[in-house]
Write a new protein. Structure first.
Length: 381
């Protein structure tokens, strides 16, 4: 079956985009909310930090709970709890609740949202067959770029109607995602959740978790530092969006080519691209070097994410997939956070070197793996 006429996939895709939307809206939504209600934009940043910590802390245990109760049963409940959390937070802010109350209330949507990506990724394994999986993940990566750009833009538009409207929209997006979660027969649900198969050793997953960490680490070096990168070249601040545009555009093109090729591919090739791009970024070779390095990193991002995801699915037992994928997304988020910290405390030329180092370690871990273990399955459109 062609992916582009696969109705179940597009239902899944709509659901996961709705589920992702609140996370992309949250930074600006929290800032605008607290600025309007308390006069402090800094409180919005603190709320976002607490939200992210709650996400990362709850991702694996809540993902394990999803595995136990069944993803199609547990995921709608998690989405509705997340929606309720955003709604309660908006109500409390409108009632001028103390800062401590707002910080406590943001924990609920944060803790429940942490496992949403892992839950939806688990559903994808049952939505498309193995042959279509690489292409499905690549198309999803392209759509994700649109959500990342559209989330903040939607907040800015909705804020014109009031500072509480963006949070209401975030809650509505979660409800919409819950409606789109597919309902399967009880027989299949029981098959998915039991028996409890013990996972393989952590060392088996480690190379793929290192790949996920590398993606977050090196991407954050670019996404957090477009301004200093162009300032290093003596360019005006208005040139900073060019860096992000090249990164996003290259990521979309890379994912499109990967989807068109229709094979899992060898992640060592994409890790090599990260190493070359990171070294060029650190080397300061002027505008040609900056654009080329960002384009290479962006072009390798989607394929590396897809290859990592496909190989993780092959290793994870069915009754551990939500927890496993949630762990992968959390590791990637940790990489993003550490990369952001590196940009803030290290010389600009040194920050990309950590991403290069992580890519080299991940590649070294995969060197001993035979090509068949990494996967080169082809697909048809």
């Amino acid at each position: 079956m062609s992916l582009f006429t696969h109705r179940a996939y597009w239902r899944w895709s709509a659901g996961v985009q709705f589920a992702r939307l609140p996370a992309t809206m949250a930074p600006l939504a929290f800032t605008l909310l607290t600025t309007a209600t308390t006069g402090s934009y800094r409180l919005g940043g603190v709320l976002m930090s607490v939200y992210v910590v709650a996400e990362m802390t709850g991702a694996v245990p809540v993902g394990r709970l999803l595995d136990r109760v069944g993803v199609t049963r547990g995921l709608p409940a998690l989405l509705l709890l997340t929606a309720a959390g955003f709604a309660v937070l908006a109500f409390a802010a409108s009632a001028a609740a103390p800062t401590a109350v707002l910080l406590a209330l943001v924990l609920l949507p944060g803790a429940t949202a942490g496992a949403l990506s892992g839950g939806f990724r688990t559903l994808l394994a049952d939505t498309v067959d193995d042959a279509l999986l690489p292409r499905a993940i690549s198309v999803d990566a392209m759509l994700l770029e649109g959500v990342l750009i559209g989330g903040p833009a939607l907040v800015a538009l909705l804020d014109l109607a009031g500072p509480f409207v963006p949070l209401a929209a975030m809650a509505a997006a979660c409800v919409g995602a819950a409606v789109l979660v597919p309902r399967r027969a009880a027989e299949r649900e029981r098959e998915e959740t039991g028996p409890d198969v013990p996972p393989v050793g952590v060392g088996t997953y480690l190379p793929w978790l290192c790949c996920a960490f590398t993606v977050g680490l090196l991407l954050s070096t670019i996404e957090v530092a477009p301004l200093p990168l162009v300032q290093r070249l003596g360019a005006p601040d208005t040139a900073a969006p060019v860096v992000i545009a090249v990164l996003s555009g290259a990521s979309i093109v890379g994912s499109a080519l990967y989807a068109w090729r229709g094979k899992t591919g060898d992640p060592r090739l994409f890790l090599g691209g990260f190493i070359v791009g990171g070294l060029a970024l650190a080397g300061d070779f002027g505008w040609p070097g900056l654009i080329a390095s960002v384009a290479v990193i962006g072009g390798c991002t989607g394929p590396l994410v897809a290859a990592t995801s496909v190989n993780l699915q092959r290793l994870l037992p069915k009754n551990r997939r939500s927890a496993g994928f949630s762990l992968s997304f959390t590791v990637q988020a940790c990489g993003f956070g550490l990369g952001s910290l590196a940009v803030g405390v290290l010389p600009l030329w040194l920050a990309p070197v950590f991403g290069v180092f992580a890519a080299a370690i991940a590649g070294a871990m995969l060197v001993a793996k035979p090509a068949g273990a990494i996967g080169t399955t082809s697909v048809t459109s």
